[in-house]
Write a protein that binds this ligand. Structure first.
Ligand code: PLP
Length: 219
């Protein structure tokens, strides 16, 4: 389809990273990854990478000359240092996330947006293209009282509250706004709420115990 209409294709591969997904091999022209996340792995850097095929390379080169965007040397150092342990960390993020997902799957009011078992959300698509899953997952929570979702989020002790995931630590974020600018999240009903978890490298049993105490607040 995109070939027929000569449309160039790009994918944001930040969630899977090239360790779990190889977009150029799959036929994408460009693959963008935020190095702020898993590449550095410690939430102390800002940067990104762009991998392209031969057809797009001259265009990127020209744009790069015009924009003059450069990565800082300290950031470059931390990103290349982080890359050395990318595979080990991602395997652990995935293992931990799977354990947390299995625990959370017991709650009828929570629908997991994470490909951890056969009948889970987007599992077939994920299985077809990815060799693993990272630590980021969505929780669609069904409940009447939004304050109880806030209480769930705020009572977590081992999860920081924050936006920029991909580091060693676990994070939680309550997506309170259904639409921000031109970005529309899932079609949520009035009694459905979206919470994002990033599962870090901590002991998964500690994370599960933390969630076990907090999940009781959801009503
Ligand atoms: C965070 C994020 C980005 C942007 O990364 P920054 O390096 O923080 O600008 C892009 N894509 C996805 C999927 C992200 O999660």
């Amino acid at each position: 389809m995109q070939k027929k209409h000569k449309v160039l294709t790009a994918i944001d591969n930040t969630w899977g990273t090239p360790y779990f997904l190889k977009p150029i091999k799959l036929g994408f022209d460009m693959s963008i990854v935020s190095a702020t996340k898993y590449y550095s792995g410690h939430s102390d850097v800002m940067g990104g990478s762009l991998a392209v095929n031969k057809k797009v390379f001259p265009k990127v080169k020209a744009a790069e000359k015009i924009t003059g965007l450069r990565l800082g040397p300290d950031d470059a150092y931390l990103i290349t240092r982080g890359l050395r342990t990318l595979d080990v960390r991602l395997d652990r993020h995935g293992e931990n996330a799977k354990k947390v997902a299995e625990f959370l799957s017991k709650f009828k009011n929570i629908k997991l947006l994470y490909p951890y078992k056969k009948d889970s959300y987007n599992f077939r698509m994920w299985k077809k293209y990815y060799s693993g899953a990272s630590g980021l997952m969505g929780l669609k929570i069904k409940c009447k009282n939004i304050n109880s979702v806030r209480k769930f989020v705020n009572s977590l002790k081992l999860f920081g509250y924050g936006y920029s995931w991909g580091g060693f630590e676990s994070l939680v974020l309550h997506q309170e706004y259904r639409e921000t600018g031109n970005r529309k999240f899932l079609n949520l009903a009035k009694d459905e709420h979206l919470v994002r978890l990033h599962i870090g490298l901590e002991d998964p049993n500690d994370l599960i115990n933390d969630l076990k105490k907090a999940v009781k607040f959801i009503k």
